[in-house]
Design a protein around this ligand. Structure first.
Ligand code: ACO
Length: 338
């Protein structure tokens, strides 16, 4: 059939410090019961003051490269997805590249938030099929904790997010039997910018009127913290993830019951249960990690993949179906045989 791309190495990293729901109770005037009932989250990892997004990305990347049986000097491209960059510019991928000591290789930062990893592997697939690159590192990494409003004002958002990173290495592979050979079978990528302000971080921003991109007033209003219309996000996430996954399965001729492991974005356990209900999926095949990590945005799917492998729930040769939804709005799905 020809050349495709394949995930050959997986790695993840979360910072050691765990915050249980009860640790947030006093800080944000919340309760363990509220968080568990509404979201399924029990705990999350948050970084120490010295760590940055590229630090977490580095740890996950080194593990993925080792898992692929490669030397880091084999990597010829980095694609990094994050919504919590080390700095506004340059992209965090450049900081990661420097930490990996891989000068001159191609680096691409993408800003597709919770859908970042699906966009990332789709881009990698296309670069690989073009023949221009051979060992692409696709990374999702987030340090949310330093950007959250940890007062009662922010509790509707801040209890949801955790820090972490996940990475995969992708390589070319000869695909003879598209149903059986390990490779990325399809990705579907979407966005609808008219919902951009339903889940966003407004400030600092060049769109503010005036000659500065931030002001004391913007900060006093808390516009440098994420803003979310939770109910709108919930409804769209269920609809779009179900829709995209259905289309991906139809395109590849795969039935839901053929799938060994569903790796969904982890925004809320109830979103994933609802997707399972709408599509009639076997919920025991959905590998959820939100209980222990919260929402780690672009890191969620590769982190989940690594956890699923460690838990023995995902083995070489298994069929994986993934779907994500996030800020933008962006959403998408992917199907691969591992
Ligand atoms: N602790 C205690 N009470 C809280 C908290 C909290 N952390 N947050 C909100 N509340 C209170 C509110 O003040 C409100 O109180 P009131 O009724 O007295 O006014 C009440 O709980 C209900 O608030 P809502 O915001 O209406 O709560 P809702 O039922 O919509 O649940 C939630 C909020 C969990 C965020 C839900 O809307 C949701 O899951 N949305 C999906 C969005 C999501 O998961 N986003 C993650 C990031 S996006 C992504 O990754 C796709």
């Amino acid at each position: 059939m020809g050349i495709g791309s394949r995930i050959v190495g997986v790695g993840s990293y979360v910072p050691p410090k765990i915050y249980e729901n009860k640790d947030l109770e006093e800080m944000m005037d919340t309760s363990n019961e509220w968080i568990v009932q509404r979201t399924g989250i029990e705990r999350r990892h948050w970084v120490d003051p010295k760590s940055s997004t590229s630090d977490l990305a580095l740890e996950a990347s080194l593990k993925a490269i080792k898992d692929a049986g490669l030397e880091k000097t084999d990597i010829d491209m980095i694609i990094l997805g994050t919504l919590s960059p080390d700095h506004d510019f340059p992209g965090t991928g450049c900081f990661l590249q420097a930490k990996l000591d891989l000068p001159e290789i191609t680096v691409l930062d993408i800003r597709q938030q919770c859908t970042g990893f699906i966009y990332g592997i789709s881009i990698a697939d296309k670069f690989i099929k073009s023949g221009s690159h051979k060992n692409i590192l696709v990374v999702g990494a987030e340090v949310h904790s330093k950007g959250l409003d940890k007062t009662p004002r922010g509790r509707g958002v801040s209890v949801l997010f955790g820090d972490g990173a996940g990475a995969v290495v992708m390589q070319p592979v000869e695909v003879n039997d598209p149903k059986k050979d390990p490779h990325l079978m399809t990705t579907r990528l979407h966005a609808d910018g008219k919902y951009a302000k339903e889940l966003w971080l407004p400030a600092p921003g060049m769109a503010f009127e005036g000659s500065e991109r931030w002001s004391e007033e913007l900060m006093a209003e808390g516009l440098h913290y994420p803003q979310m219309n939770g109910k709108v996000v919930f409804v769209h996430a269920v609809k779009r993830m179900a829709e995209s996954l259905t289309a991906a399965c139809k395109e590849t001729g795969i039935k839901f019951e053929d799938v060994d492991c569903f790796l969904f974005h982890q925004a809320n356990l109830r979103i994933n249960s609802k997707v399972a209900e709408v599509l009639g999926l076997d919920e025991s095949k959905i590998f959820n990690t939100i209980q222990d990590f919260g929402n780690t945005t672009a890191a969620t799917i590769p982190l989940g993949m690594d956890e699923a492998i460690k838990a023995g729930k995902l083995k070489k040769g298994d069929l994986v179906a993934s779907a994500a939804f996030g800020s933008g709005f962006t959403w998408g799905s992917a199907i691969w045989r591992y």
